[in-house]
Design a protein around this ligand. Structure first.
Ligand code: FDA
Length: 284
């Protein structure tokens, strides 16, 4: 019963369905970043399986000639970051993925998870960028620390995806009100747009998209020096509109059987999604 609702946000259970989604987006001039779903693992073997799923994904992108249209997004928790000795385990796994991505001319972006993982994720990013300088990272505007992190990241070649943040965080580390989060987002966005890196605006918020457009103009950014990113299945018409205007747009495309955590975060973000979800139990 929940399947049609899950399908709105997740491209499918398996790799071939993800590739169909990438091709459909490409037909509208939209690139993709693919997320093989999987997080909160408990065993090293699962970390290896998740790494291998990304290697298979990159192999398929290469075979299908889609390396120029799609990159990959990685959750380090799925690579074992939360296990004992997890920092090194995750680094070794994601390094293999970066090597495979580089070999087909594409990139890897590290998702950001709950606040306890930020130091480890940024340290792994710094290690990876020595050999793979185009490795990107997501930063969350709701965290009090992020303005400072963003200042350090707004450097040449650095790909930074700015998002509001999707985890439930305490007030000791994160802004709580929508207004404070939005204001922090704009401050971080200004630093990124004024800097030398490659900003990736990860938001569906129409006001923030508009502000990004204006800041890009103010700082004289070329159209290929930043991009908009939105989640698969959310505000598709806006994704198409931005692409039709000649702007760079990339959709974040999750796929895989382990969709529960991702799906629940999308429900939590928007009460209307919950209504849509509950209605699927009553209308069949
Ligand atoms: P906001 O939540 O204010 O939404 C603005 C408007 O967008 C809504 O009014 C609605 O129209 C639409 N919308 C937003 N969410 C919707 C939903 N779930 N369903 C339907 N419509 C919706 N977070 C994180 O912590 N770590 C990460 O690595 C990432 N990565 C990431 C990549 C990309 C490409 C995007 C777009 C987002 C993320 N996120 C993330 C999620 C992010 O932190 C945030 O939770 C969501 O993007 C929702 O925030 P908005 O900026 O869209 O604004």
């Amino acid at each position: 019963m929940t399947r049609p609702v899950v399908d709105r946000f997740v491209a499918g259970d398996a790799l071939p369905e993800a590739l169909v989604a990438v091709r459909a987006l490409a037909a509208h001039g939209i690139d993709a970043t693919l997320d093989h779903l999987g997080e909160d693992i408990t065993e090293v073997a699962q970390a290896h399986r998740n790494r291998d799923a990304y290697l298979a994904l990159l192999d398929a992108l290469s075979r299908e000639g889609l390396g120029g249209r799609a990159e990959v997004s990685v959750k380090l928790s799925a690579f074992g970051q939360g296990l004992p000795g997890g920092h090194d385990l995750a680094l070794a796994g994601v390094r293999r993925v970066c090597e495979a991505a580089e070999a087909i001319g594409t990139t890897v972006t590290l998702d950001m998870e709950d606040h306890t993982t930020v130091d480890s994720t940024l340290a792994i990013l710094a290690e990876l960028r020595r050999d793979f300088p185009r490795t990107g990272v997501a930063v969350q505007a709701y965290l009090l620390r992020t303005e400072e992190d963003v200042r350090a990241l707004a450097v040449k070649g650095s790909r930074v995806r700015l998002v509001k943040g999707a985890y439930k965080e305490p007030s000791s580390v994160a802004y709580q009100s929508r207004r404070d989060i939005d204001l922090a987002y704009v401050r971080c966005l200004r630093t990124l747009m004024a800097g030398d890196g490659y900003p990736m605006i990860g938001s569906h918020d129409p006001r923030l998209v508009e502000i990004a457009v204006r800041l890009a103009e103010r700082y004289g950014r070329a159209p290929d020096s930043y991009e908009f990113q939105m989640l698969y299945g959310i505000r598709d018409a806006e994704q198409h509109r931005l692409a039709a205007e000649g702007r760079r747009v990339r959709a974040y495309v999750p796929y895989g059987a382990d969709w529960y955590g991702y799906f629940m975060r999308r429900l939590a973000e928007r009460p209307a999604n919950l209504v849509f979800f509950l209605r699927s139990f009553t209308t069949r």
